[in-house]
Write a protein that binds this ligand. Structure first.
Ligand code: AMP
Length: 616
């Protein structure tokens, strides 16, 4: 076991992303930069054409009075315009504030106001309506720029379309031809580039301050890892409001390959068959979904198909083990693997278009079982690790050097050490944030004076430098979709809303949705039970009744309406007894011992997730 790793030496060449973007246009103007869907068709944009649109967008923002480091929000799903708008903001010297399109109106208002965003790009009429309802809470926000559709008369003067902004940009450039070039030339590594909001444990998101230095570093580090060449075709669907999706856009400008962009998850599998990418990054949830679909499909195909499938997986696992040990299969095993590939694995590969070389998984832990299953089927998923606070790219397995169950080796230029007291992972690199926006206390608690980021994750480093995440110190849940959930915040809301609840434990770490374990307040529930025809029943009988379930459900529904989609409680169970100190479920100060309760009721929890992961 090691306790630290020094940074791998590498040379930084990128100064800022805007400068790199201009360089890229100069180097490969006619190469395809972006591919994007229009109806059923995929269209292309060269670097030069992308450059022209970015310049018009940047000029449009300057014409609205955008100043250095002024924040501009983007409230949109992943689409190629998102990337162009972000580049436009950066080239104009502004700083992007990312907002998830699924955020509630209150969350949008909080983020846009906290960041003092002056302008926001909104994807469609639905997003504009959301903003309109909370306009008074965002006094600094003077303009909404609409991507799809036309502005409503009621929003006259407040909403303009993207085309109108680009036209204003063209007019501004006609009058002041060097406006954008001057703004871009003035951007330095020390300027704020992006504010990405990440969950806080109290429910209020914190703005992570990522500078141009952070993205310039990640661009160089991604290129140095050598995953991609300019001949690659990457498929990008990850939310760009999150650091994992966002960091890929830096690597793209550096490497200069083609990126096909479509954030619509239901289209993902169909699109892969058409686009035929060579690389894709995803959260583990996507791999779980594909895994379940493939296994279920084989099971539904009848006894013979299922047996062939299991045989093929068995052979694949032997081949995977050999390859993990650095050997290529030989003799009988190689022969059987060829048959297994023909009968079973080639179909899985075809699902991804047939050209896929590499998947990168990040944002939440990838189960080793799934990584090995895919590897057995000839598809390599390399797992990586990082935080919004570290610009996402901190660790990654390499295509030629990987260890399943670990998050790989540090990115070039990243240092790691484990805190001696508890094994907390500490990271240092130019990609580390420069603090939380307007939160000096939280910043001081997270960044040390000599630049180390306290990740809140616990890990082990093996003798070869591979990092394994073993636990989480911070009180946050990560779903397998990679989304943070602050359990205490939701538990507090449920308790405040429902008078019949005694304790709630929100659960969902590494799961594909959130659930809750609930206990009832004995006094309140017994009173209610009398009026509900349950007179004389014991606590356990009331807890097990359909009436109690329906009662609690109404309150859960009410709370769910105020939560982001991924935070909502999809299922819950009422426990047969309230939590006590004597049973070891509460601390003497009456705090819930989350892990102890989850362990005791693991079967109740597992039942709620039945079918979420198929068995081979
Ligand atoms: P975010 O800021 O949303 O990217 O979340 C960062 C957190 O996600 C980390 O601190 C980890 O707790 C978790 N995380 C990211 N990648 C992984 C991974 N590969 N395995 C385990 N946890 C991960």
């Amino acid at each position: 076991m090691a306790t630290s790793t020094a940074p791998e030496a590498f040379t930084r060449t990128t100064s800022t992303i805007p400068a790199l973007f201009l360089e890229r246009i100069g180097k490969t103007p006619d190469r395809e930069a972006y591919r994007y869907p229009v109806g059923d068709e995929w269209r292309s944009l060269t670097w030069k054409a992308a450059g022209a649109r970015v310049k018009a967008l940047a000029a449009g923002l300057l014409s609205l009075g955008l100043g250095r480091e002024d924040r501009v929000g983007i409230l949109s799903n992943t689409r190629y315009e998102w990337v162009l708008i972000d580049l436009g903001i950066l080239c104009a010297g502004g700083a992007t504030t990312t907002v998830y399109p699924s955020s509630t109106a209150e969350e949008c208002a909080y983020i846009l106001d906290d960041s003092t965003s002056r302008f926001v790009f909104a994807e469609d009429a639905g997003q504009v309506a959301k903003l309109r309802g909370v306009k008074a809470a965002m006094p600094k926000l003077t303009k909404v720029i609409l991507l799809d559709g036309a502005a409503e008369p009621i929003d006259a003067g407040w909403v303009m379309t993207l085309a109108e902004l680009e036209a204003a940009g063209a007019a501004h450039l006609a009058a002041t031809p060097t406006a954008v070039d001057d703004a871009t030339a003035g951007v330095t590594r020390d300027h704020l580039a992006t504010l990405i909001y990440t969950s806080g444990t109290t429910g209020k998101p914190k703005g992570v301050r990522l500078m141009h230095d952070c993205w310039a570093y990640t661009a160089d580090a991604i290129a140095a890892v050598g995953f991609l060449t300019d001949a690659d075709l990457e498929y990008l669907w990850l939310p760009l409001s999150h650091s994992f999706g966002k960091v890929l856009t830096s690597g793209h400008v550096k490497i200069g390959h083609t990126v096909a962009i479509d954030g619509r998850i239901p289209k993902l599998i169909d699109n892969l068959a058409v686009v035929k990418p060579t690389m894709m990054a995803a959260a583990p949830r996507i791999f779980e979904k594909v895994y379940n679909k493939v296994v279920q499909g084989a099971k539904d195909g009848g006894d013979i198909k299922w047996r062939i499938f299991q045989w093929a997986i068995g052979i694949g696992k032997q081949v995977s083990a050999a390859r993990q040990a650095g050997r290529e299969p030989k003799g009988m095993l190689a022969f059987e693997y060829r048959i297994a590939t023909k009968l079973v694995f080639s179909k899985l590969q075809q699902r991804f278009g047939g050209r896929l070389r590499l998947f990168v998984s990040g944002s939440a832990p990838l189960s080793r079982e799934i990584a090995e299953f895919f590897h057995a089927a000839g598809v390599l998923i390399v797992e990586g690790y990082g935080l919004t606070e570290s610009s996402a790219a901190s660790f990654v397995n390499r295509a030629d050097k990987y260890r399943f169950g670990t998050v790989g080796l540090p990115m070039p230029g990243t240092e790691v050490k484990l805190a001696p007291e508890d094994g907390e992972i500490l990271l240092r690199s130019p990609g580390i944030m420069r603090g939380y926006h307007n939160l000096p206390h939280e910043t001081a608690a997270t960044l040390t004076e000599d630049g180390w980021l306290k990740t809140g994750d616990i890990g082990e480093i093996d003798g070869d430098g591979f990092l394994k995440i073993t636990d989480r110190k911070k009180d946050l849940i990560k779903t397998s979709g990679g989304k943070y959930v602050a359990p205490q915040y939701i538990e507090g809301k449920i308790k405040a809303t429902c008078p019949f609840v005694s304790q709630v434990i929100v659960h969902g770490d590494k799961r594909n949705f959130c659930s809750a374990l609930v206990t009832l307040d004995e006094e309140a529930t017994k009173k209610w039970a009398e009026g509900a025809g349950l007179t004389g029943k014991t606590y356990a009988q009331i807890a097990a009744s359909a009436e109690a379930k329906a009662l609690i459900q109404t309150y859960i529904d009410q709370v769910n309406r105020e939560l982001a989609k991924w935070e909502t409680i999809k299922k819950f169970a009422i426990l047969p007894a309230d939590l006590t100190v004597e049973s070891g479920e509460l601390t003497p100060s009456l705090k819930v011992k989350r892990k102890a309760v989850e362990k005791k009721y693991v079967e109740v929890l597992d039942e709620m997730y039945q079918g979420a992961m198929a068995d081979v």
